[in-house]
Design a protein around this ligand. Structure first.
Ligand SMILES: [Fe+2]
Length: 301
């Protein structure tokens, strides 16, 4: 199967992260033809949930992949770490990405392990020139070993890793340039960080080079009074300000893959599909702005 490019239109619009909580329902609907690409353009899956597992688990992914395009989004590369990538993990990850013909693979701009142990958290990198060179080298190595284009995701973070030499948009821009990779722009993470750290999310987003954006994430968050922070829980509905940021971002990017991430309080598939439709309406409103602006540009040319 040919590998699709990051601009492949079969992954445009609003997809959903594939989760165990609704997989039985989804497979039943697929079996009787009660769900199709008209209801949802594509799914995003986490390859780590399918590696080294037999029987129903890989078969379920294959069944979904027969009916819907897939994009992969990983959890365990720990791109900012200093320890070498584990060979077996890289080999298995490369195989599953080839198996599903993933157009690209994404993981987080962070570190999540030390000395071979997983910390089960996404921790921020120091925003320094040295960290740019280090993580860019690791992204290029991952791309070569996985034989797949790579995109990095901006994380939500709750502490600073030392005094920054660069602010976050410059840090991300330099990594994208140095690694020559794509950006999975998590709009909710930018919004959560803007509330916790006091900056303007829209200004932050406008500093990102849209030609690097291959995919967007949206999700819900919640206020935790006990911690005095907004936490990126992926357990609530997407908030109105994040809808607005989705609309304004898509007005700049044009057609792009967007994924609704829901990891707790998942509810049933119909509820998720209803939220997806609302997000698709915001996406379509953004595309209308993008197309109107480009029509004006074309008329001037
Ligand atoms: Fe995300």
């Amino acid at each position: 199967m040919a590998t699709a490019s990051p601009t492949d239109p079969s992954r445009h619009g609003v997809g959903i992260g594939l989760r165990w909580e609704f997989i039985d329902d989804l497979l039943e609907r697929i079996a009787v033809g009660r769900i199709s690409k008209k209801d949802i353009p594509f799914f995003e899956f986490a390859p780590e949930n399918y590696l080294r597992r037999g029987g129903f688990i890989p078969e379920a992914l294959d069944r979904v992949g027969e009916h819907f395009p897939l994009v992969s989004h990983g959890l365990h590369l720990s791109l900012g770490s200093v320890a070498p990538f584990p060979s077996e993990y890289m080999r298995d990850l490369r195989a599953i990405l080839a198996h599903v013909a993933a157009p690209w693979h994404s993981d987080h701009l962070c570190f999540s392990g030390v000395d071979g142990r997983s910390l089960h958290d996404l921790l921020p990198l120091p925003q320094t020139d040295g960290a740019v060179l280090h993580v860019a080298r690791r992204i290029r190595e991952a791309r070569e070993r996985l034989e797949r284009p790579m995109a990095i995701e901006n994380i939500s973070w709750y502490l600073r890793a030392g005094a920054p030499e660069l602010d976050e948009p410059d840090f991300i821009a330099n990594v994208l340039e140095e690694a020559d990779c794509g950006l999975l722009l998590d709009v909710n993470n930018v919004y959560v960080n803007s509330l916790n750290h006091g900056f303007d999310a829209r200004e932050w987003l406008e500093r990102i080079d849209v030609t690097r954006i291959w995919q967007l994430h949206v999700a819900g968050h919640e206020w935790r009074a006990s911690e005095g922070l907004i936490i990126d829980t992926h357990g609530q509905d997407v908030s109105d300000p994040v809808y607005e940021l989705l609309r304004s971002t898509v007005a700049r990017t044009g057609p792009v893959a967007v994924v609704l991430e829901r990891d707790s309080n998942i509810g049933d598939l119909d509820t998720l599909l209803a939220e997806r439709r609302q997000l698709q309406a915001a996406y379509d409103a953004g595309i209308a702005v993008y197309e109107a602006a480009h029509a004006v540009e074309r008329a001037r040319a």
